[in-house]
Structure formats: C-alpha cells, structure tokens
Design a protein around this ligand. Structure first.
Ligand code: C5P
Length: 251
C-alpha cells in the first residue's frame, strides 16, 4: 500500500495512565502521527476512555485486544468494538475460520446499522515474540514461516482485511497473498534504539521481541504499518525518535 511515512507508524500507547497516554498523543500528533494502538493493559485498566482520548485529539485507534474465543462470543464483542468507532482491531487467527467469519459478519452488520465504515479486521499469525523453537514447544510441525503463511491464507479466506506478522515474513506474505492485503508488523527496532529501554524488566537487557527489523527494512519487505511501542514510548524524547524514523522512511 502506498502511504506517507508518518501514516505507516502506529504508536503503541503502552503506558500506565490515561494522562500519560494523552500526553503521548499530544506529543506525537504534531510530528504527523495519527495512528495509535490501545492494547490490552491500558484497555483492561481504563476501558473506553483510553480510546476516546485518542479520538478527542483527532487520532485513529487500533484496538489491539487479540480476541480468541468461540464464534458467538467474539461476534458479540465485535459489535461492542464497532460501537467504539475504532479504525482497526484484531483477533487470533488460531480461533479458527468460523470465529473469523462471525467476527467479519458482526462488524459489518453493526457498522452498517450505524452507517459507518467497519473497522479493519486484522488477524494475528504467530506473535513476533516467538521463535522457531516455540513451534516445536506448541507441538506444531510447520516451520514458523510456513505457519505464518498458512494462517494468513486462512485469514484472507475468512474475509479479514489483513494480518499481523513480523517484517521477516513480509516478503513471503506479499508473494503469497498479493498487494491488496494489509500487513501490520510489530517488533520494529530502529538501529539506534538503546537496549535498556527494550527490556521486559528494567535492567535485564532482554527484549521479548524475537523476529525484529528496522523501520526501513520492514517497509522494504512489504509491511504497510509498523507497530512501535518501547522504542518510542520509553525514549527520553519520543517526538525526535519519530521524526528520525519518518526521515529514514523518506529516503
Ligand atoms: O514495545 P514494542 O515495540 O515491542 O511493542 C509492540 C506492541 O505491539 C506491543 O504493544 C505488543 O502488544 C503489540 N503486538 C505485538 N505482536 C503482535 C500484535 C501486537 O508485539 N502480534
């Protein structure tokens, strides 16, 4: 998809309070960022106000709650998601085709009744925190890349708009699924991001993301959107980090 560099970045509001989240939105919007991710920790703690604070500033929300349940439950939940007027949301493809089809149906129906566009529905393939050995651990026989492509095809068949995968699989996914399918890539790590801010536990020096890429590598490989949390959120100066990434993507 042809997008301006600033429109490719989805900044994850992975913070501890609504005030911090609103502060980050207000800091990043003047740098051209308009897509923000509200994830499970912020939403579980504060609920819909965490979405509304982005809308109030004129931003768009990717509600990242990674649903995975029986079709009727996910369908009902999708109706609530549609009412939040978010731009994008997601579920685990592992929930199966019936669950995905019901989610698509419910989102379209609810959005249709409210006379609005349904949110983009994106399927999580294999988390970017997982590596090849996790496939064996889960009892899966496919290689990680084959599993990602297999799940992506399943998602496309069920009517989803795109998938979440690592930039490392983006090239193969583009080839397998064509141009008209949204690829969202987390695990984005600018070369110069200080290691200590990426740690799961402060000071541990260990990043939980395994399949990573720099912003430019991810876009070159075919990713449409780059989900970025810690490299922006934990930086001393989030706005300058974002401006640097935009500059890198413009080259
Ligand atoms: O801090 P970091 O850049 O690793 O943040 C990535 C964000 O993207 C986190 O909020 C994480 O929950 C989210 N995410 C992910 N993998 C997915 C979907 C979302 O890492 N498959």
């Amino acid at each position: 998809m042809k997008l301006a560099p600033q429109d490719r970045i989805i900044a994850a509001l992975d913070v501890e309070s609504l005030e911090e989240a609103a502060g980050l939105v207000k800091t990043l919007m003047p740098a051209g960022i308009s897509h923000f991710k509200v994830g499970m920790s912020l939403f579980t703690r504060f609920g819909p106000p965490s979405v509304e604070l982005v809308h109030r500033e004129g931003g768009k929300v990717f509600l990242d709650l990674k649903f995975h349940d029986i079709p009727s439950t996910v369908g009902r939940t999708m109706r609530s998601v549609a009412r939040l007027k978010v731009w994008m949301t997601n579920l685990h493809i592992q929930g199966g085709s019936a669950m995905m089809r019901e989610a698509v149906r419910a989102l379209r129906e609810e959005a249709g009744q409210a006379r609005m566009e349904p949110p983009l529905l994106i399927g999580v393939t294999v988390l970017t925190s997982m590596a090849e050995r996790d496939m064996i651990d889960l009892g899966l026989r496919k290689t990680l890349k084959d599993q990602v492509i297999y799940l992506a095809r399943l998602a496309k068949g069920a009517g989803l708009n795109g998938i979440v995968a690592s930039a490392q699989e983006a090239r193969a996914l583009r080839w397998a699924l064509g141009e008209d399918f949204v690829l969202v890539a987390p695990g984005i790590r600018p070369q110069e991001a200080p290691r200590d801010i990426l740690s799961v536990k402060p000071g541990s020096g260990t990043d939980d993301q395994q399949r990573t890429a720099t912003p430019a590598e991810a876009v070159r490989a075919g990713a449409d959107y780059l989900v970025m949390g810690r490299p922006i959120v934990k930086a001393a100066d989030p706005k300058s980090v974002v401006l640097k990434i935009i500059q890198e993507l413009e080259r």
